[in-house]
Design a protein around this ligand. Structure first.
Ligand SMILES: Nc1ncnc2c1ncn2[C@@H]1O[C@H](COP(=O)(O)OP(=O)(O)OP(=O)(O)O)[C@@H](O)[C@H]1O
Length: 874
C-alpha cells in the first residue's frame, strides 16, 4: 500500500456535496479550504479564553505520538471528524507527519458494515478498495507497530465494543463479524502493537475501549470567520453573512459544527442571490432550508406534502427509537419508494448494494424540524400534543421550539405556500397547551422549564404572545443561575417585549462571560434589580454591565461574593446604583473609585454594602472624603469586617458632622474600633448636623471606658440615634450600668457579659416611667433566673413600654416560668419574646402554651381541642 494509492483513494470524491451534508471532505482538502477545528478543552477553560486553543489536528498528532494503542476521537454530528481524519491521512501520505507509521489504513465503519457480514483482517486489508498489494501483507503482519488503522463512523455500529461480550480473535485469517474484528483490534488481541485511531459521535459503543480520548468541539467564532471568508469571495458579503449568523444563531451549540456553517453559508448565498431577507431565528432558517430543498425537486403540492410526511415519519421513528439510521425496508415503509432520487439531499447513505443500504439524517436539528412540520401537516386527528411530548420526552429538545414557531401564521406562511395549509386543529391544540403550560411552569419556578418556555417564545416572535403568557407574578423573576448563551438570547427577547422586569436573578451563574453580558445588557438595563451573588464576573463582561447600569432603570445591584476585585470594580463603578459588594475582594484602591462616583453629582448611590472587603482605615478615610461632598447621597453604609480600627473613626466622625453627610445608618460590626473609636464617634452623635440614626459596633473590642462618653452623647438633646448595637463587647459592670440609664433608643446588648446587677438596673429604668424603650436585646448574657426576675417584674410594670424582648441563652429555667407568664399576662405592650436556647423543659410548656394562647386572645374552649390534636404536644 503506497502513499499515492492512499492519496488517490482518499481524495477521490465520493458522492457529492449537499446543502445539509456539507461540502465533500475531499473537495475541502483539495481546494485548500480546510480550517482546523478545535478540541473541547476550551469548554473547561471558559469561552473567553479563545486564544491559543488547541487545534484538533495538533491534539490528534500529540495523542498519536504518545499513545501506542488507541486514540478515540469523539464529537457531535458534522463537527469535522471525517474531514480531520482524511486530512490527517492525506498529510501522512504527503510525508508531512506521522512518518513513524509505514502503513496507514483508512476505513469507514458504516461503509464496511453495509458491505460485509463477516471478514478476516487479511481480507479487510487486501480487499478494501485502494489499499494494499498482497505481497505487502506479510510485512504488515510482521511489524504491527508500523501500522495505523483509522476507523471512522464508529457510531454506526449498533452494539457495544465491550471486549467481554465478543469472542475476540487473534488470527488474521479468521473470518469474524466486523464488530468482533474491530473489537479485537482495539483490544490488542489482533495485530498487537498496531495503533488504532477511531472517530465516533458521542455514543456509548466505545465506552469500554481504553485509550486517549480527544473531544472535537468544531468551530468557534474565529474559525467561523475564516470559514465564511473562504466561502464568500467578497469579504464584505462574508462579513455581512457572518454577523447575521452570529446574531441570529451563533449562540446555539450547533453553530460550532462546520457542517452547519456550510449549510448556513449555502442558504444565505442562495437567499442573497435571490434578493430575499436572511432568516432571523433558527426556525426561520430551517423553514428556508426546507423550502430550498423542496424547490429543487419538480414535484406538485401533493407529492411535496407526501415527501415531507415520509420524512416526518422517519424523523419520529429515529427520535422515538433512538435510531441513528434506517434500513431500506424501513424507508419504504415510511413511503420513500416514490422518491428514490430525492433522499440524498436529506440523508447520508451508507453502502452501494441497494438492499443493504442504510440511511441516516445528516442533521439531527433538521430531523426535529421535519418532525414538527409533519406533525402540523398531518391532516388526521391528533391524539393530543401532550401525548406526543410524552413520547418524545428528553429526546427532541428543539421539537417544541419548532412547533412554537410554526404555530405562528407569519412564520409558517412561506411553507404553506408550498405544502398547502397546515392542520388548523393541531395548531389550535398546540396553542392551547402552550398558553396553559407555561402558566404552571412559571408558578412552580422550574428552571429548565422556564428556560424552555423562553425559547419557545423567542422562536414564536410574537410580542403579544409574550405579554399574554408572562403575566405579572412571573415577571418578578424570569431567570435562574447558569444560563447558556442561548438562554440569554431568549430571555433578552422576552424582556424586551415586556419592557421591564422586577429582578434579573443570575445568582450562582458559574461565570458571566463577555458574550453573555453582551447579550444580556438590554435585560440588565430593563431590570429594577440585578442579582449576581456568587457569580464569577469575568472582567470582559464588566463594561457591558456598567453600560447597562448607566443607561437603565436598575435601582439595586447585588454583587456579593463575586470576587470582583479592584480592576473589575473600576470598570463598573461609573454607573453604580445601590449596591451590595459584600466579600468582593476589594481593597483601598476601590475606595478611590467610589469617591469619584459619589462626588460625581450623577450618582444615585444611597445604600452601599462594603462588608468583608479589606479596605482598612486608609480605605475608609478616602471614602469619608466623599461624605463631605454635597453631591454624595449615601444614606446607609455597611462596613462589617473591613479591618477598621480607631484610626479611621475620627475621619468618619468629621464626615458625619460635615453638614453634607446624609448618612443615617452605619454598620461597623466585627472591626476593632475599640473604645477610642467609639469615643470619636460620640462627638458626631451629639453634633447638630449629624443625621445618624442607627449605629452598629457589634464585636469591636469596645470596653466600659467609652460608656461615659456614650452616655453623654446619647443624653444630648441633639442626638438623633435611635438604635445602638453594642453586642459582643465586654463593657464591664460599670459601663453597662451607665448605659442602662439611657433614654429611649433601641438597645442591643447581646453577649456583653452583663451581670445580675445590670439587669436590676435595667429593670428599674424600664419601670421608672422615664424610659420609652420599646426593643431590648440582652441575649447571651448568662444572668440566670435571678437576673431575669428583674426583667419580668419590669415587663409586668404598667410603666414599662417594651414591645420586643430578646433573652436568648440567658440561663432561663422552669423556675422562672411562673414569673414570666405573670409578666406576659400583665403587660399591655409586649408583642414579641425570644426565648431560644434556654434551659426550659417540657414542664414549662403547658404554662407557656396557655399564656401564649391567652395572649392571643383564644377562648378556654380551645384547650380541649388542643388535646385532641396529635400534632400539638405540650
Ligand atoms: N476542518 C474543516 N474545514 C472546512 N470544512 C469542514 C471542516 N470539517 C468539516 N467541514 C465541513 O463540514 C462537513 C461535515 O464534516 P464531517 O463529515 O467531517 O463531520 P463529522 O464529524 O464526521 O460528521 P458525522 O458525525 O455526521 O459523521 C464536511 O463535509 C465539510 O463540508
Amino acid at each position: 500500500m503506497d502513499e499515492d494509492t492512499v492519496l488517490a483513494h482518499i481524495l477521490k470524491p465520493k458522492g457529492m456535496s449537499t446543502l445539509l451534508g456539507g461540502e465533500l471532505p475531499a473537495s475541502v482538502i483539495n481546494n485548500c479550504k480546510y480550517i482546523s477545528p478545535l478540541t473541547d478543552e476550551v469548554q473547561v477553560r471558559g469561552r473567553n479564553e479563545e486564544d491559543n486553543l488547541p487545534s484538533l489536528d495538533n491534539a490528534i498528532l500529540t495523542a498519536l505520538s504518545k499513545e501506542k494503542r488507541n486514540v478515540i476521537l469523539s464529537g457531535p454530528e458534522g463537527s469535522g471528524k471525517t474531514t480531520a481524519l482524511e486530512k490527517l491521512v492525506v498529510d501522512w501520505a504527503k510525508g508531512e507527519h506521522l512518518q513513524n507509521f509505514y502503513y496507514v489504513f483508512h476505513f469507514r465503519f458504516g461503509e464496511l458494515n453495509s458491505l460485509y457480514e463477516t471478514l478476516s483482517l487479511e481480507k479487510l486489508m487486501l480487499h478494501h478498495p485502494g489499499h494494499m498489494p498482497p505481497e505487502s501483507l506479510p510485512l504488515v503482519l510482521k511489524k504491527p507497530e508500523d501500522v495505523l488503522l483509522v476507523f471512522d463512523e464508529m457510531d454506526q455500529c449498533k452494539e457495544s465494543l465491550d471486549p467481554s461480550i465478543h469472542s475476540l480473535c487473534s488470527d488474521p485469517t479468521q473470518a469474524t463479524s466486523l464488530l468482533c474484528l474491530v473489537a479485537s483490534l482495539l483490544n490488542g488481541s489482533l495485530l498487537k502493537g498496531a495503533t488504532c485511531l477511531v472517530a465516533t459521535r458521542p455514543t456509548g459503543c466505545l465506552n469500554f475501549v481504553s485509550g486517549t480520548r480527544v473531544q472535537v468541539l468544531g468551530f468557534l467564532k474565529p474559525q467561523r470567520e475564516a470559514y465564511f471568508n473562504g466561502f464568500f469571495t467578497d469579504p464584505a458579503v462574508a462579513k455581512k453573512a457572518l454577523m447575521h449568523m452570529e446574531r441570529t444563531v451563533g449562540f446555539y451549540d450547533i453553530s460550532t459544527s462546520p457542517r452547519f456553517c456550510w449549510t448556513v453559508c449555502s442558504i444565505y448565498k442562495s437567499l442573497m442571490d435571490a434578493g430575499a431577507n436572511l432568516p432571523e431565528t433558527l426556525s426561520q432558517l430551517y423553514v428556508d432550508i426546507l423550502i430550498h430543498l423542496i424547490q429543487m425537486l419538480s414535484l406538485n403540492e401533493n407529492s411535496r406534502t407526501e415527501l415531507v410526511l415520509a420524512l416526518g415519519k422517519m424523523a419520529s421513528h429515529c427520535s422515538l427509537g433512538q435510531h441513528l439510521s434506517c434500513t431500506k425496508e424501513e424507508m419504504d415503509s415510511f413511503g420513500f419508494q416514490r422518491f428514490p432520487t430525492s433522499v440524498s439531499a436529506y440523508f447520508q447513505v451508507y453502502g452501494d448494494q441497494s438492499d443493504r443500504r442504510v440511511f441516516s439524517f445528516h442533521s439531527q436539528m433538521m430531523q426535529q424540524f421535519l418532525s414538527a412540520v409533519s406533525y402540523f401537516l398531518d391532516k388526521s386527528m391528533s391524539e393530543g400534543v401532550e401525548k406526543m411530548f410524552k413520547e418524545h420526552k428528553g429526546r427532541a429538545k428543539f421539537l417544541y421550539v419548532f412547533l412554537s414557531a410554526l404555530s405562528e401564521p407569519n412564520q409558517r406562511r412561506p411553507l404553506e405556500t408550498l405544502l398547502g395549509e397546515l392542520n388548523p386543529d393541531r395548531i389550535t391544540d398546540f396553542r392551547c397547551w402552550f398558553k396553559s403550560s407555561p402558566e404552571m411552569t412559571l408558578k412552580r419556578y422550574y428552571k429548565e422549564q422556564l428556560h424552555h418556555c423562553l425559547h419557545m417564545l423567542h422562536q414564536a416572535q410574537n410580542e403579544s404572545l409574550v405579554k399574554d403568557i408572562i403575566t405579572h407574578p412571573a415577571r418578578m423573576n424570569l431567570s435562574y443561575g447558569d444560563l447558556s448563551l442561548q438562554d440569554c438570547v431568549a430571555l433578552n427577547y422576552v424582556v424586551k417585549c415586556l419592557r421591564e422586569i422586577e429582578q434579573l436573578d443570575l445568582r450562582g451563574n458559574r461565570m458571566l462571560t463577555k458574550e453573555q453580558a453582551e447579550v444580556l445588557a438590554p435585560v440588565m438595563s430593563l431590570s429594577h434589580e440585578i442579582n449576581l451573588t456568587n457569580t464569577s464576573l469575568l472582567i470582559e463582561a464588566s463594561p457591558h454591565l456598567a453600560l447597562a447600569l448607566s443607561r437603565g432603570i436598575t435601582k439595586h445591584l447585588s454583587l456579593s461574593h463575586t470576587d470582583l476585585r479592584d480592576d473589575n470594580f473600576k470598570i463598573l463603578s461609573p454607573g453604580l446604583r445601590d449596591c451590595n459588594l459584600r466579600g468582593c475582594s476589594l481593597t483601598e484602591a476601590s475606595c478611590e473609585d467610589l469617591v469619584s462616583v459619589l462626588n460625581s453629582g450623577a450618582s444615585h448611590l444611597c445604600v452601599l454594602v462594603m462588608s468583608f472587603n479589606e479596605i482598612g482605615d486608609q480605605g475608609l478615610i478616602k471614602l469619608c472624603k466623599a461624605l463631605h461632598s454635597p453631591h454624595c447621597k449615601l444614606q446607609e453604609l455597611e462596613l462589617q469586617g473591613c479591618k477598621l480600627t480607631a484610626a479611621s473613626m475620627e475621619a468618619l466622625s468629621a464626615a458625619l458632622c460635615s453638614g453634607h453627610s446624609e448618612l443615617r445608618k452605619v454598620n461597623l460590626m466585627q472591626n476593632t474600633v475599640g473604645s477610642s473609636g467609639v469615643e470619636a464617634l460620640c462627638r458626631a452623635l451629639q453634633h447638630p448636623l449629624s443625621k445618624l440614626q442607627v449605629l452598629n459596633v457589634f464585636d469591636n473590642e469596645v470596653t466600659g471606658e467609652c460608656c461615659p462618653h456614650l452616655m453623654a452623647a446619647l443624653m444630648s438633646e441633639r442626638c438623633s440615634l435611635s438604635e445602638l448595637d453594642l453586642s459582643v463587647n465586654d463593657l464591664g459592670q460599670e459601663g453597662a450600668l451607665l448605659l442602662c440609664k439611657l433614654p429611649p433608643f433601641t438597645n442591643i446588648l447581646t453577649r456583653c457579659e452583663l451581670t445580675q446587677l445590670v439587669f436590676k438596673e435595667l429593670g428599674s429604668v424600664l419601670s421608672s416611667g422615664a424610659s420609652q424603650l420599646k426593643t431590648l436585646t440582652v441575649g447571651l448574657n448568662d444572668v440566670g433566673d435571678q437576673g431575669l426576675k428583674h426583667l419580668w417584674d419590669a415587663v409586668a410594670h404598667p410603666h414599662c413600654r417594651l414591645e420586643e424582648l430578646d433573652v436568648e441563652m440567658t440561663g432561663l429555667t422552669d423556675a422562672s416560668v411562673e414569673d414570666l407568664c405573670a409578666a406576659i399576662r400583665a403587660s399591655k405592650t409586649l408583642k414579641s419574646l425570644e426565648l431560644r436556647n434556654n434551659l426550659l423543659t417540657d414542664a414549662s410548656v403547658p404554662a407557656l402554651v396557655q399564656v401564649i394562647l391567652k395572649y392571643n386572645e383564644f377562648s378556654e374552649d380551645v384547650f380541649e381541642k388542643l388535646d385532641e390534636c396529635d400534632k400539638i404536644r405540650y
